[in-house]
Design a protein around this ligand. Structure first.
Ligand code: NAP
Length: 262
């Protein structure tokens, strides 16, 4: 019998990460749960151990703090049982671009992009060496939508998509599955934490539905999974348009419309 890989989930104390923990425990995987709130992680771990008879480690960490991030990096780098990383911890923003403090900017980028990238980079060489494993990065449809007025948050999520696409090109030939999951509005604490009343949003997906859909994409080894996108061809068209644009880039000469007038 093959042993299932252990799954390390960041941001497992609530919302999407907590449901991923539940679902992977149901599937019989051992878990490592990461977030700042140790008591919530302990309570979730106790419940899942009891219900699903899996082994669960709790690794409390503030991923915006170097020392904590280094501890989680060391864990994914060296613990050969960990074969799946769910890079989920993230935060949103309230207010517009001009209202943010330097600290707000640093914290959002540190969590949503730096920590996610560092953990992916810490585990990738080992998975590539093993020729197996998965890295799941949680992005957002906001990364497509500067119109939503969450400029910095959306920029971090656009980064997550690009990072996942680039990682996929390098890692999938080595047997490593990379998945970018792009939720739209989902009923979790992220909204209240950012000072937004989720009940003011016109449409919101339940978190269980979001994670179950993301896992359908995971099981199909999709690169990009957008659970709320109802017309799959829209993504293919967007990606096709991007590749078409690239085919019209000529590196040696500026385009005719940019030639200085004589
Ligand atoms: P959530 O319920 O607020 O969960 C966020 C998780 O991240 C919590 O477990 C939180 O735990 C953890 N976290 C926050 N700051 C952290 C830090 N400094 N260090 C370590 N862990 C930290 O929100 P969620 O909706 O499930 O968010 C999960 C991911 O989904 C995020 O990347 C988010 O951007 C993305 N997403 C959400 C939505 C949505 O509408 N909900 C839509 C698109 C994308 P602690 O407080 O215990 O640290």
């Amino acid at each position: 019998m093959t042993t299932l890989p252990t799954v390390l989930i960041t941001g497992a104390s609530s919302g999407i990460g907590a449901v991923y923990a539940e679902r992977f425990a149901q599937r019989g995987h051992d878990l490592v749960l990461v977030a700042r709130d140790k008591s919530r992680l302990d309570a979730l771990a106790a419940r899942l151990r009891e219900t699903h008879k899996v082994a669960i480690d709790v690794l409390p960490a503030d991923l915006t703090q170097q020392i904590d991030l280094e501890a989680v990096e060391a864990r994914v780098r060296t613990d050969a049982r960990i074969g799946i990383l769910i890079n989920n911890a993230g935060m949103a923003q309230s207010g517009g671009f001009v209202q943010q403090s330097a600290q707000d900017i640093d914290r959002l980028i540190a969590l949503n992009t730096t920590a996610l990238t560092r953990l992916a980079a810490a585990i990738a060489p080992r998975l590539a060496q093993a020729g197996a494993g998965s890295i799941v990065n949680i992005g957002s449809v906001v990364g497509f939508a500067p119109e939503f007025g969450m400029t910095l948050y959306g920029a971090t999520k656009a980064f997550v998509l690009f990072l996942s696409q680039g990682m996929n090109l390098e890692l999938s030939p080595k047997g490593v599955h990379v998945q970018a999951v792009l939720p739209a509005a989902t009923r979790t604490e992220i909204w209240a934490r950012a000072g937004i009343d989720v009940n003011t949003l016109p449409e919101v997906m339940d978190v269980e539905e979001l994670v179950d859909a993301a896992l359908v994409g995971f099981d199909r080894r999709e690169l990009v999974t957008i659970p709320p996108l109802h017309v799959a061809g829209r993504w293919d068209a967007l990606d096709g348009a991007r590749q078409g644009l690239l085919s019209d880039i000529r590196q040696a000469r500026a385009a005719e419309r940019y030639q200085p007038q004589a």
